[in-house]
Design a protein around this ligand. Structure first.
Ligand SMILES: Nc1nc2c(ncn2[C@@H]2O[C@H](COP(=O)(O)OP(=O)(O)OP(=O)(O)O)[C@@H](O)[C@H]2O)c(=O)[nH]1
Ligand SMILES: [Mg+2]
Length: 292
């Protein structure tokens, strides 16, 4: 069992941490960044960085580095006139990069959940999606967009089948069908480079961009709502912390009154001892006098 001193030392540490978090929340000015934050989120290699390059018009020179192997390890941002785009490391459920990706999505007002169009959502994607939906609260259905990427690799029939499966999975596991768009980054890039409008159109990147534009207003509400939720959660934690501190204080008070009791009886013993010593020394003195 932990000693009272150890428990109180731990409580001091956790309370300090909570106070720091509270100060960050209090000092966080919502108006600081009026532009909504759009984060690309999803499994490794899903096409997140490529997608953000297309949405930010980095056609020839990529800004968000892309690759066939695990590439993005840090959150990277790019600010446009309307949005702040965040690239996050691919999720794989065991790497420490997941924490970076989760941190990135925590700052987002809109999430592009990028899923490579090979098949339906994997179990791990559903789990991440469920957590995401919880943190977005009532705004989840508007501000989480499923982006099915690399559609240039599949036939139209297959795309429709997979899209329907993904939407069915969403209905079952997160309780609603989010907006879902099938895009091709490579079609958009080729179309833009060679000025082939048809290719750009079939990439669906502009449709996705327009959807983001339509969310500009409500994205701010999401930020305010999430900020409020964070504050409420912190208040809950602080209340629990306060109870623990009161409990420890009570135990210290019990100890203090026990010590007080000991001190009183110790005082009484000492006083009696003093009286006895006085008496003894008087008897000794009288004896000495008689001897003289
Ligand atoms: N055919 C095709 N390939 C794509 C498309 N989008 C991305 N890719 C390719 O998929 C691979 C991964 O793309 P990235 O954008 O780096 O993927 P990511 O999700 O950012 O990957 P991590 O950062 O490692 O998680 C690269 O080889 C891209 O060229 C697409 O729309 N079509
Ligand atoms: Mg990447």
């Amino acid at each position: 069992m932990k000693s009272l001193d150890l428990i109180s030392a731990e409580l001091v540490d956790s309370s300090t941490l909570l106070c720091d978090q509270g100060n960050v929340l209090l000092n966080h000015k919502l108006k600081d960044s009026t532009k909504p934050v759009v984060a690309a989120w999803g499994l490794m290699n899903a096409g997140k960085s490529y997608l953000l390059n297309m949405l930010t018009q980095h056609i020839e020179n990529e800004y968000f580095k892309t690759n066939d192997f695990r590439e993005t390890a840090e959150i990277k941002k790019f600010e446009t006139e309307d949005f702040i785009f965040l690239d996050t490391p691919g999720l794989d459920a065991c790497a420490k990069d997941d924490l970076t990706a989760i941190d990135g999505v925590g700052k987002a007002d809109i999430v592009l959940f990028v899923h490579q169009l090979q098949g339906e959502l994997e179990a791990i994607e559903i789990e991440f999606l469920q957590n995401l939906v919880n943190s977005f609260g009532e705004h989840a259905s508007d501000n989480i967009i499923i982006v099915l990427s690399k559609v240039d690799k599949e036939s139209n029939d297959k795309i429709e089948v997979i899209k329907q499966k993904v939407l069915d999975q969403c209905e079952i596991y997160i309780g609603f069908e989010p907006q879902c768009m099938a895009v091709s980054n490579t079609f958009y890039k080729k179309g833009a480079e060679k000025n082939i409008q048809g290719l750009m159109k079939s990439s669906n990147i502009d449709v996705l961009h327009n959807t983001l534009e339509s969310l500009l207003e409500s994205a701010n509400d999401v930020r305010i709502e999430r900020h409020l939720q964070e504050k409420q959660q912190l208040i809950k934690k602080l209340k629990v912390e306060q109870k623990s501190i009161e409990h420890v204080l009570e135990q210290y008070n019990v100890k203090a009154s026990e010590l007080n009791g000991y001190a009183k009886s110790f005082n009484k013993d000492i006083t009696e001892l003093k009286v006895f010593m006085k008496k003894l020394s008087k008897e000794y003195y009288d004896l000495e006098l008689q001897r003289d």
